[in-house]
Design a protein around this ligand. Structure first.
Ligand SMILES: *[C@@H]1O[C@H](CO)[C@@H](O)[C@H](O)[C@H]1NC(C)=O
Length: 308
């Protein structure tokens, strides 16, 4: 009985959704130099993050927090890699007669070794998805190979940091590509200010979205709540919302309902494991600058591939 009345309600709700018009707007021309500047922006953030963290905490503090004796020296190696990515991209931009972006001022909000390692792991995962998402927009094949060689190293960092936190190092057979604005949305909260000489990258941040702390069951089909940082304005409200879970084969859309003006209730679709990304959209089949309402939120879904 309950089941039937619920599905009738769902049907009603669905048919009352206004069809969202799909404008297939071509993406404004993003150049290889823009992409290199964007990559350098992310590498600066990572580089500063590790240098600051390794200055904040001693080897002893990592051991006391439960990490093994080689962890600190491995983090120094990771830090060295990021510094080298910064100098490589800087030189590549100079060779292309561009003015490379400089380091910004950041607020990482790290309070202890555990939050440092957890944040490092998230940043590496986002780095992998950023390079993967940018790949198809890179025109110059030499740049593409260089970006690929950075991507593979970031994914080793990611696997190592995940394993060190007892998470699956390779939780799924595919990594998810994120587009420029999605990545910038995740990076922006760490950036306090940048030198004026950096100019404006052709990217924008969507409204921030995060997993509600009360959503602790993240298994497939579990109900989860996603919170927007800023309330959705009354006049910006849509009749229907969807949660689009990002995957290389295309987003998986699940319906979402807005409670009040900042809580979206939705469901974890099957097949997502590890560091996953979800955006709220007004469209049930397109993730574009016009349809994204907020996000991505990062959701760590337990369970390795093959162990669902
Ligand atoms: C380093 O410590 C400062 C002061 O506690 C903190 O604000 C910052 O987020 C820390 N950064 C890292 C990367 O650990």
């Amino acid at each position: 009985m309950l089941f039937h009345s619920t599905s009738a309600l769902v049907l009603l709700a669905t048919s009352s959704c206004l069809a969202y018009p799909h404008h297939s707007k071509p993406k404004a021309g993003i150049t290889d130099v823009d992409i290199l500047q964007y990559a350098l922006t992310l590498e600066h953030l990572e580089d500063k993050f590790y240098r600051e963290g390794l200055a904040n905490f001693t080897k002893q503090q990592f051991v006391e927090a439960g990490f093994d004796g080689t962890f600190y020296s491995n983090l120094k190696e990771v830090s060295f890699d990021e510094t080298t990515h910064v100098s490589f991209l800087t030189q590549t931009l100079q060779a292309a007669k561009a003015n490379p972006v400089a380091e910004c001022t950041y607020a990482f909000g790290v309070t202890d070794v555990k939050t440092f390692v957890a944040t490092a792991s998230i940043l590496e995962g986002v780095g992998v998805s950023a390079y993967l998402g940018a790949a198809a927009s890179i025109a110059n094949k030499n740049y593409l190979t260089a970006a690929g060689s950075i991507l593979t190293v970031e994914s080793r960092h990611s696997a190592y940091l995940r394993a060190s936190q007892k998470q699956s190092p390779f939780p799924q057979p595919f990594d998810a590509p994120l587009d420029f604005n999605e990545v910038y949305t995740l990076a922006a909260p760490f950036i306090v200010s940048c030198p004026k000489s950096n100019g404006q990258l052709p990217v924008k941040a969507f409204p921030a979205l995060s997993l509600d702390p009360a959503s602790t069951n993240l298994a497939s089909n579990a109900q989860v709540t996603l919170d927007t940082k800023d309330p959705i304005h009354q006049d910006k409200k849509a009749s229907c919302y969807y949660a689009a879970w990002i995957a290389v084969t295309g987003p998986v859309f699940v319906s979402a309902t807005l409670e009040g003006n900042n809580k979206f209730h939705t469901t974890v679709p099957a097949g997502f494991h590890g560091q996953s990304y979800v955006v709220i959209t007004k469209s049930k089949d397109k993730v574009t600058d016009d349809t994204v309402v907020a996000g991505p939120a990062i959701v760590e879904i337990p369970g390795a591939n093959g162990s669902t």
